[in-house]
Design a protein around this ligand. Structure first.
Ligand code: SF4
Length: 289
């Protein structure tokens, strides 16, 4: 496989073949994101992609994840071509996953998303980050709350699983509770199948690093982040959602089914918040992005 630069994938795609169909992120301006710094965005040619698929066809592959940052930006015709070729060459394939931002999703109509589903796209990973309009503006997310909700709902309506990422700490100390509450509201509206919570870690060279250095943004303490987690879980009302904070950036790893385990997990989080014992948290040296 010919990978260009660092490759990122959601934790749940650890067993998948990562097929790099785009290089970088078509937007690449979120202030906290250093994932594709220095990568000039391009969509790989169909010939390059087919070569990688041919190489992978020697193995039994059940899942494929299409990288990089927002591969759903690929025009529909090319994306259908890639998916058709994947199905033709990888006989055991049962799911394709892909990262998307709200605008990529909204550029596609519901019928287009259904066509992707019919060719194997089984899950779309959407970065919500925050449901607070002020935070979205400050981090330059390039999408409004309304666009994010419409995008999430469109994915669900198409029959593709929706996995949403949120980032604890993005509101800073001052906006901490508003960030958690507004995010819970948006999650409830979107009603995703999966939520992945990350905790903000500052990547050197990103604009948010400057905000921290100049004191414009003050990061919540580890227990402040866990307080956000509590508010988010308490105030979100999903019909059936797997909620995970087991990403390496988090201080308190959780994997729960909502709403069934809501009360149990809230009890556990409140106990941690009451005891405020650092030994209950993932040690700083084990945190990573
Ligand atoms: S967070 Fe997502 S949309 Fe924003 S720059 Fe990073 S990869 Fe691109």
């Amino acid at each position: 496989m010919k990978y260009e630069g660092m490759i990122f994938r959601p934790p749940s795609e650890a067993e998948s073949l990562i097929l790099q169909v785009t290089v970088g992120c078509s937007y690449n301006r979120c202030t906290f994101c250093g994932a594709y710094q220095g990568k000039r965005f391009r969509i790989k040619s169909i010939e390059e992609i087919k070569e990688d698929i041919d190489e992978a066809s020697a193995y039994r592959i059940r899942r494929v994840f299409l990288a990089d940052g927002d591969a759903l930006i690929i025009p529909q015709k090319e994306l259908l071509q890639i998916l058709s070729y994947l199905r033709k060459r990888l006989r055991g394939l049962d799911r394709v996953g892909i990262y998307a931002n709200a605008k990529d999703i909204l550029l596609k109509g519901i019928e287009e998303l259904k066509a992707l589903r019919d060719l194997g796209v089984g899950i779309i990973y959407l970065g919500l980050e925050s449901g607070d309009p002020e935070v979205l503006k400050r981090i330059k997310k390039n999408a409004t709350v309304d666009q994010l909700i419409r995008a999430g709902k469109r994915v669900k309506e198409s029959g593709i699983l929706l996995s949403v990422t949120v980032i604890l700490g993005l509101g800073g100390v001052e906006g901490s509770q508003a960030h958690a509450q507004e995010t819970a509201k948006v999650l409830s509206e979107m009603d995703p199948d999966y939520v992945g919570a990350l905790s903000l870690m500052i990547v050197p060279g990103t604009p948010i690093e400057r905000e921290i250095e100049t004191g414009k943004l003050i990061l919540p303490t580890p227990f402040g982040l866990i307080q956000e987690l509590e508010t988010m879980i308490e105030n979100s009302h999903m019909t059936r959602c797997f909620f995970a904070s087991n990403h390496a950036s988090n201080y308190l790893p959780l994997r729960i089914q909502l709403p069934e385990e809501k009360e149990d997990v809230l009890r556990r989080i409140r106990e941690v918040l009451q005891r405020k014992d650092p030994a209950l948290l993932r040690p700083e040296y084990l945190r990573a992005l």
